[in-house]
Design a binder for this molecule. Structure first.
Ligand code: F6R
Length: 606
């Protein structure tokens, strides 16, 4: 993963490097560093931990100059230490890298034979050594760079600067994202567009295989065949507003509470509430001919796909094949012209999802994507992009993107059901009417925050928790468990309620909170039976769902009543109390809610 930035200018750029690293920190925050070329010297500062640590280091020990590179790391090879932080400077070259060099051990062994001294455990340092060796042989920086990149395998982006060249940056894109930014007398290279918009709105996307040679005045691009090439310069219309907390304690909290608004926007894009019809123009592919959808994504996005599986099968009567992107791409799943492939990703940059997309595309599939970042790599590779309108999601744990993904998926299910003549006009109206109530029903969940805090207290004292649900509440149980794990570091498992008795029930005792998800749906009674199986074994029930028969009163259970309004709305609404539950557990435990350990917002390595 990692975020990288390079700036070639004729003014001091240290502050801009740091600002951009802050904007890039969603890509990783294990360590950060910068290198600046000044007066034929490479000045380097790097440190373990977040960018604030680098800011402090630079205050104590400042460096500045007109040409430099910066990096924020999500560790792959080597622990998140200062020595493993980027940039990696070896004599005449300093570079930053995003991605993985798959043959690094082989290359390292060959260099070790030459008595090369290694100061880090990274795969990146090998690149610096290889380039420096070429420079020592008298090769030019560009030849040294190209000769080195030829030896590397994997997916990566590299940005390098050179001690004797105070106005030269060389960069290469092989699978990991890189964009160029343009200003008069100043040029930039960066992992993403949104992190650059504080510096420029004029950008070009690089293509895979591109090598770029840039200085403050000029950008030269060579394609994969080393032919001089042009990449169109576009003006990005809007600046990504650098989100502020607006009075909230954490971005995750803010994003949970934004859901009624962003979901309304998303619903309004896909549906016309004046005559309760789908906005058919948003789906410009003929879906009537397809019999199967191959769905994939990672983490929370994958769980959104799992919820949608039930909708596509029940409402649109279409076959579903679904798997994690990291599995799907290696499974040789059978694809034909009766199926299309559907990719779900908030960032649109997740490496596994993108690789699965390429696999499906190479096999002739029509590609539909559900993304938040509409300028992302996944969006660019798609035949149809269904945006989710969640707005920037800063908290690493996905919240509003998940529920907005569900809205886009529900809309696609309704559209397919309609074009296949499976639902009537009245049924379409009823589904739309049901979805229209979602924002208000989520506001009702917010009213219960104090009760949720009390439930959070119970979980915060536990070592482990189990979430159970049936139907669409099963993937919601998985998502609830994931939220709890990632921000509170409490072990949690989501289990299909009917499956619990086949093994995991052995874990149940009075110390095990079992969060039962029971909205008013087809499975309600069956889920209650599963709950009673847990009660009989002394389990500590936390009930979240519909209190149809005053269940909380009658059984003296702890929990909250959540009102849902039907098949499509139920999982969207049920996700919200679980987000709040995880948030309050993590807050009680004093965890780093917006940037939990070991994680990053955008996972651009396999
Ligand atoms: C969990 C979470 C992750 C992401 C996953 C996919 O809260 O955020 O599981 O859902 O890394 O990311 P995207 O959606 O950007 O492809």
């Amino acid at each position: 993963m990692c975020g990288i930035i390079g700036i070639a200018s004729n003014r001091n750029i240290c502050k801009d490097l740091l600002d951009t690293l802050n904007r890039l920190s969603y890509r990783g925050y294990d360590s950060a560093g910068i290198s600046i070329v000044n007066d034929k010297k490479i000045l380097e500062r790097k440190i373990k931990g977040k960018i604030s640590n680098l800011e402090n280091l630079l205050e104590l020990s400042p460096i500045d100059g007109a040409l430099g590179i910066g990096h924020t790391r999500w560790a792959t090879h080597g622990k998140p230490t200062t020595l493993n932080a980027h940039p990696h400077t070896v004599n005449n070259v300093s570079l930053v890298h995003n991605g993985i060099i798959e043959n690094f051990q082989e290359l390292k062994n060959s260099l070790l034979n030459d008595n090369t001294f290694y100061s880090s455990d990274t795969d990146t340092e090998i690149i610096s050594h290889l380039i420096d060796n070429e420079l020592k042989l008298g090769k030019t920086p560009i030849d040294s760079f190209l000769n080195t990149v030829k030896k590397l395998s994997g997916a990566f982006a590299i940005v390098a600067i050179f001690k004797d060249f105070n106005n030269l940056i060389i960069a290469g894109k092989r699978g990991s994202p890189l964009v160029i930014g343009y200003n008069k007398d100043e040029k930039y290279i960066c992992s993403d567009v949104n992190s650059l918009t504080n510096l420029t709105k004029k950008i070009s996307y690089l293509e895979d295989g591109d090598t770029v040679i840039l200085n403050s005045n000029r950008v030269k691009i060579l394609d994969e065949n080393l032919k001089k090439s042009k990449r169109s310069i576009i003006t990005v219309s809007s600046d990504r507003v650098v989100s502020s907390l607006s009075g909230y304690d954490h971005f995750m909290q803010k994003e949970i509470f934004e859901q009624p608004d962003v979901l309304s926007q998303s619903l309004a894009y896909y549906m016309d509430f004046s005559d309760f019809k789908m906005n058919e123009d948003k789906f410009n592919i003929d879906f009537s001919k397809y019999e199967k959808i191959v769905i994939t994504g990672c983490g929370t996005a994958y769980y959104a796909g799992m919820v949608a599986k039930y909708w596509f099968e029940n409402i649109a009567k279409i076959n579903i094949e679904i798997d994690y992107a990291s599995e799907l791409r290696y499974r040789n799943v059978l694809l034909n012209d009766k199926s299309f492939s559907l990719f779900i990703s908030q960032s649109g940059e997740t490496a596994d999802t993108l690789a699965a997309l390429k696999f499906c595309k190479d096999n002739g599939q029509t590609i539909v994507s559900i993304v938040n970042e509409v300028e992302s790599s996944i969006a660019k590779e798609s035949d149809l992009v269904l945006p989710i309108f969640a707005g920037p999601e800063i908290g690493v744990a996905s919240t509003k993107a998940f529920t907005c993904q569900l809205v886009a998926l529900a809309s696609l299910a309704l559209h397919i059901a309609k074009v296949k003549n499976i639902i009537s006009i009245d049924e379409e109206k009823n589904f739309i009417n049901e979805l229209l109530h979602v924002p208000k029903l989520i506001l009702d969940v917010f009213e219960k925050e104090n009760e949720i805090k009390k439930l959070a207290k119970i979980i915060s004292k536990s070592k482990s928790a189990i979430f159970i649900g049936r139907g669409t509440s099963y993937p919601i149980a998985l998502e609830g468990a994931l939220k709890l794990k990632e921000i509170s570091y409490i072990h949690a498992e989501g289990i299909a309620a009917g499956e619990l008795k086949h093994g995991a029930i052995a874990l149940v005792d009075k110390n095990m909170p079992v969060i039962v998800l029971a909205p008013e749906d087809l499975f309600y009674v069956k889920t209650l039976s599963n709950m009673h199986e847990v009660i009989s074994r002394g389990g500590n029930i936390i009930f979240i769902g519909s209190c149809l028969d005053d269940i909380l009163e009658n059984t003296k259970l702890q929990g909250i009543n959540v009102e849902t309004s039907g098949k499509l709305s139920s999982p969207i609404i049920m996700a919200v109390p679980l987000q709040l539950l995880a948030y309050h557990v993590a807050k009680l435990l004093g965890k780093d809610i917006d940037q939990p350990r070991n994680l990053a917002k955008s996972v651009t390595v396999e």
